[in-house]
Design a protein around this ligand. Sequence first.
Ligand SMILES: C[S@@+](CC[C@H](N)C(=O)[O-])C[C@H]1O[C@@H](n2cnc3c(N)ncnc32)[C@H](O)[C@@H]1O
Length: 209
Amino acid sequence: MSQGSGFADPAGTWNQRFGAEGYLFGTEPNEWLREHAGVWRAGQHVLCVADGEGRNSVWLAQRGLQVDAFDIAEVGVAKARRLAAEQGATVNFQVAGCDGFDWPEAHYDGVAAIFVQFADPALRERLFARMQRCLKPGGVLLLQGYTPKQLEYRTGGPPLLSHLYTESMLREAFAALDIVELRAYEADVAEGSGHCGRSALIGLVARRR
Ligand SMILES: C[S@@+](CC[C@H](N)C(=O)[O-])C[C@H]1O[C@@H](n2cnc3c(N)ncnc32)[C@H](O)[C@@H]1O
């Protein structure tokens, strides 16, 4: 499944996608997040950006973190609330777009931005700036996306070069943070039917000074 169309009506498009039976990206957390979530301690406050059907926020809450999460698609957020209830996890969910979310300044110990490549370059600039500013000094950003090589695999993500990330683009975008890890790599991904198969990925771990 590709997220290539529907940028003009993101809520409508994603509500329709999330309206199908089951969880589009599964109920297990993203692997980059799972591998690196040890940067946060239980009790710390983390924001999940464009959290979809809740697989990442619910998993983080189960690890003892205090989790806020937002997404533009109310159908996704309703499923996320259900997943949290089923798993006995508490997450503070909100239906909001990334231009509508009320980003608090220097508030969070962590931000998880997992596959937020709906953002075109202009929206991405605003989004990345807000993600950085909402971190406390010492707070850590975990980000996962696809690189341009993903246009050959087409196993997830938008088929639009301008939405994809390179190491140099992320290094520049997050120059104000200390980059702890930045890696472009390939892996076989099995995240529901939405992200499935050989994939060209990029992961970032960065800390606010
Ligand atoms: C590829 S999905 C990833 C969902 C989730 N982060 C995950 O890893 O399972 C992209 C998500 O971005 C959301 N989205 C799209 N445009 C958005 C916007 N402008 N503001 C907030 N969320 C948006 C969609 O509703 C969808 O849940």
